[in-house]
Design a protein around this ligand. Sequence first.
Ligand code: DGY
Length: 324
Amino acid sequence: MTGSKLRVAVTRKLPDATEREIAALFDARFNHSDTAMDAAALIGAVRDADVLVPTVTDRITADVIAAAGPQLKLIANFGVGFNHIDVAAAARRNIAVTNTPGVLTDATADIAMTLMLMVTRRALEGAKVIEAGRFSGWCPTWMMGVGLRGRNLGIVGMGRIGEAVARRSRGFGMTIHYNNRTRVTAAVERELDATYWPELDAMLPAMDVVSINCPYNTSTYHLFSAERLARLKPTAFLINTARGEIVDEAALAEALSSARLAGAGLDVFEHEPQVHPKLPGLPNAVLLPHLGSSTIEARTGMGRKVIANIRAFIAGEALPDRVG
Ligand code: DGY
């Protein structure tokens, strides 16, 4: 340690305000090149850090954790999803893990709505027409999409972000349905006029749009398998702003290209940053490069949460956002 300052290793460039505060408070090590760290670089970072601040682009595996020096006591993730961290391996080494819930809810729900509107109203296809200089004038039957009013929206994972998507979708006149391990409170169900489906397979065939908002873990890997995708109506749209691994991307590409599914809006991919080669170019697929939390408000809020968790750790207080 430098004096009493904690050594904090940050794996990626963070918003300026966050980096300034981290630099002022801690003995900070930043990744000035801002490239995703490979296993060797991560192992180098955890060898002498007291706190690691990783992001979704880092694989904090059991091997990385095993290489950590005994001083590493906290992994303060910059992001809400923590499937890239082996939390069980961290627990075995008595290393706490925190995340950044809440501050990116609005930004992520907004991206889900962006995708929903873009894919149902064929906005990307339309924009490409303009870009290619092929717009020859308004036409009564050209480029018709489908409206959202009166459509059934099925939310898979009714946590903070799922609820925020539901609230927004109500404003567009959609009817809310949801599948979740547990039922939300009666007050939330009433507010959203939401119907609970304990069985995902029962809900899917009745939905016009499905929004994936559940966490990724071993039980949600390929939750949307080929069989499950086949339960959706051919007129349905699938939106994924959660994690790519929840959907079998090859099966989805197949369903979209054979018109067994009307469209998909994806912000996340199974093998990021790779995208399944059959997805780009499909007219009924809108693909965004993991923009869910990419607003200045959300990203600086995430930075504030990281710092609050580290400060609580230093003060010996309960960590506000502990997940492991
Ligand atoms: C999150 O916070 O989980 C976002 O996907 C970025 O990590």
